[in-house]
Design a protein. Structure first.
Length: 113
């Protein structure tokens, strides 16, 4: 048994909700990223309450369509990749995982065909 889960020091923000959109897990980077919004105190809150209307619609679409929402953003000097995806337990929708991490302005791309 691990007494210090790997995701705690993983260099990306990982936020997990249950099927109703309630935040159930946040790793250290996630709590740091969202510190101004409450950090770890966001656990137990609905993820929709943490986003503006347009983002709420996208989050609801993930739950309804069971498909990922993947995009990049720019915040100041930092460019980030946001990966929001549903997860399942025994084939049933169980919630949403959002992984957010910084990416370089220029990133290598390899075609493996």
């Amino acid at each position: 048994m691990h007494d210090h889960p790997w995701q705690e020091e993983f260099p990306a923000a990982i936020t997990v909700t249950d099927a109703e959109g309630i935040i159930i897990e946040m790793n250290r980077k996630s709590t740091e990223t969202f510190a101004s919004s409450g950090g770890k105190n966001l656990i137990g809150k609905n993820i929709l309450d943490c986003h503006p209307a347009a983002a709420q619609e996208k989050i609801q679409a993930i739950a309804q369509n069971k498909k990922a929402n993947i995009y990049t953003i720019q915040k100041g000097a930092f460019k980030k990749l946001i990966y929001q995806t549903p997860y399942f337990k025994n084939g049933k929708y169980a919630g949403l995982v959002e992984i957010s991490f910084e990416i370089p302005e220029v990133i290598s791309h390899f075609n493996r065909d």
